[in-house]
Design a protein around this ligand. Sequence first.
Ligand SMILES: [Zn+2]
Length: 282
Amino acid sequence: MEELGTPVLDNHLHLDPEHGRGLDAVRDFARLGGTHLLVVNKPSWLLGVEPESGADFRPVFETTREVVREANEILPGRAWPVLGVHPGLVSRLVDDRGYSPAEARELMCAGLDCAAEYVRAGDALALKSGRPHYDVTEAVWDASNDVMRHAFELGADLDCAVQLHTEAAEDLTEVAEWAEERGLPAHRVVKHYAGGTLAGPTPSVMSEKDRLRTAADADEPFLMETDFVDDPDRPGAVLGPKTVPRRVRWLLDQGCDEAVERAHVETPARVYDIDTRETLSR
Ligand SMILES: [Zn+2]
């Protein structure tokens, strides 16, 4: 076990014990000094689930809950589930399964309602929503924005953060305003796969050196992630599970102690109301 002397949180990764590396990825993360994980459920279709109702998402969410339970046995800190509906589902419903955009919107909102039950019961930390990062028709775009706004309503109601998958952007102030209008503070909206700076939501920065350097210099709240997909068919599609602890070491070597504190203690407390120091057992 490497000691970094600080909590180390990967804010967005996936674990698939059945098809991927699962808990071995958690062991790698912990061995390099990683302590805390936010585990996001995989897109439903990658687990072979073709939902027709909100309750049909349950097996997807249960898979994540179970792997988080097991990860908690390995980590010196903690893991938490982040549950929701991947925005790419809208295209699978409309293009492949004959749904109208309005019907797709209803099903995806119902899936989010199901995820919200887990948050309400204390079995998940936050919700996941967003909109497609690729070109879609105006009707699909509008339906996707409606789904995302529904997630903000749920987040406000539950007092929990909402992680977003969106197009690449450095300014999402309009989206943050939609959240604020519904009673969810902008800083509790987290854009995953972010660059080093972002106007509006809190950026969850992909842990590449140039993005992290920008985030460290910006003096603003940020999180770090890998978006490890744990998919044997897509090796190297994203960063591996060792990346966040490695980049934390790199930041510390560069004298960016304050940025490390911001990304792994202050911002997690501000966004999720979690205490990464208090939950560190070693
Ligand atoms: Zn992801």
